[in-house]
Design a protein. Structure first.
Length: 346
């Protein structure tokens, strides 16, 4: 590699995992207000898969995927006083401007001047990533950078969803896709909120592990017809909240699992296909249907704190070196993962 260069895993044509190829690129230099971060770890989210396939409107070519990023500061630009080389940081998932009304109100997730890293902007499947200093949060000394990579998504994004659904003491929370990166962290977070969790899985091999992860009940539904079992488990009351991480094949059953005044948060978009909704069910049970996306920096900060204090533990299925990003994607698409797949090391 030439001086001043960097290695990156780049998508130049939409398609299968083999489209992720190793390239050498020029190493970016921080401008005023920016910092260059040496990437230590990057989580592999299903959003990355959709971007690789070109299924999302924001997808572009060429693209460096990855929005779950942690590393150490390499260089800082002019005017950056709060960071120094060697500082461990988690990178906020969006390139939030820090100046608009939404950013100033603490809702950087709504910043219209921003792009999602790894989608509209280059992400973390690379040796280095450039970020505005205000989009970098310090990682506590007790937290590994591999763990910190999961703080923004899936942990921070799940905190945002739980807040949107006002999950609290006495709630019963149903989680679909419970054995994935989102679901396993949502089980822990919902329990911290004082809720009981019912986990849904289509795999008998994952039932015991989901109970060990903290689910009070596990519904095994290979055909994803789970609402009748949920009603039986709740004495025909239904659950108060559903976190639906799958949606395309689960939304109907998720809505039918809700009791009166129940709240359903759409977190997943696995197949990027429209799904029907029964308006009579929404009206009759006074249901609340909402979507939730990326975290705010406040959520990211809270997630890092929970990891540092051992209140939440990262659940990692497997770790691949960056040059094996294609294999990591294949692992994720097998739908057999238990936790998050992470890239780390060259």
């Amino acid at each position: 590699m030439v001086a001043g260069g960097m290695r990156a895993m780049v998508v130049r044509a939409f398609g299968g995992p083999e489209r992720i190829v190793l390239e050498e690129r020029e190493r970016p230099a921080p401008r005023p207000g920016e910092a260059l971060v040496r990437v230590a770890a990057c989580g592999v989210c299903h959003h990355d898969v959709l971007d690789r396939k070109g299924l999302l409107p924001s997808a572009r070519l060429p693209q460096i995927l990855g929005h779950e990023i942690a590393g150490t500061v390499e260089r800082v630009g002019e005017g950056v006083d709060a960071l120094a080389p060697g500082d461990p940081v988690a990178v906020y998932v969006r390139t939030a401007c820090g100046r608009c009304a939404d950013c100033l109100a603490g809702r950087q997730d709504r910043c219209r001047h921003s792009r999602l890293r790894g989608s509209g902007a280059d992400g973390g499947y690379a040796e280095y990533v450039l970020a505005a200093a205000h989009n970098l949060l310090p990682v506590p000394p007790a937290t590994s950078l591999v763990d910190a990579a999961l703080a923004a998504c899936p942990i921070g994004a799940s905190l945002q969803a739980l807040r949107a659904a006002a999950v609290g003491l006495g709630d019963v929370v149903l989680i679909t896709g419970a054995s994935g990166g989102l679901g396993l962290h949502q089980i822990q977070l919902a329990r911290l909120c004082g809720a009981d969790v019912i986990a849904v899985t289509s795999s008998e091999a994952k039932v015991a592990a989901l109970r060990q992860a903290g689910a009070a009940e596990v519904v095994l539904a290979p055909d994803l017809q789970f609402s009748a079992r949920v009603w039986a488990l709740t004495a025909k009351q239904g659950v108060s909240v559903v976190l639906d991480n799958v949606v395309s094949t689960t939304l109907r059953e998720s809505l039918r699992s809700l009791g009166q005044n129940g709240r359903l948060v759409v977190m997943g978009n696995v197949d990027v296909t429209p799904v029907p909704v029964d308006p009579g069910l929404l009206i009759g049970r006074r249901l609340h249907l909402m979507g939730s996306s990326v975290c705010t920096p406040r959520d990211l900060r809270a997630a890092l704190d929970l990891l540092a204090r051992g209140k939440v533990r990262s659940v990692i299925d497997s770790v691949y070196p960056f040059p094996e990003a294609a294999a990591a994607h294949r692992r994720l698409e097998e739908r057999g993962v238990f936790g998050r797949v992470v890239l780390s090391g060259w």
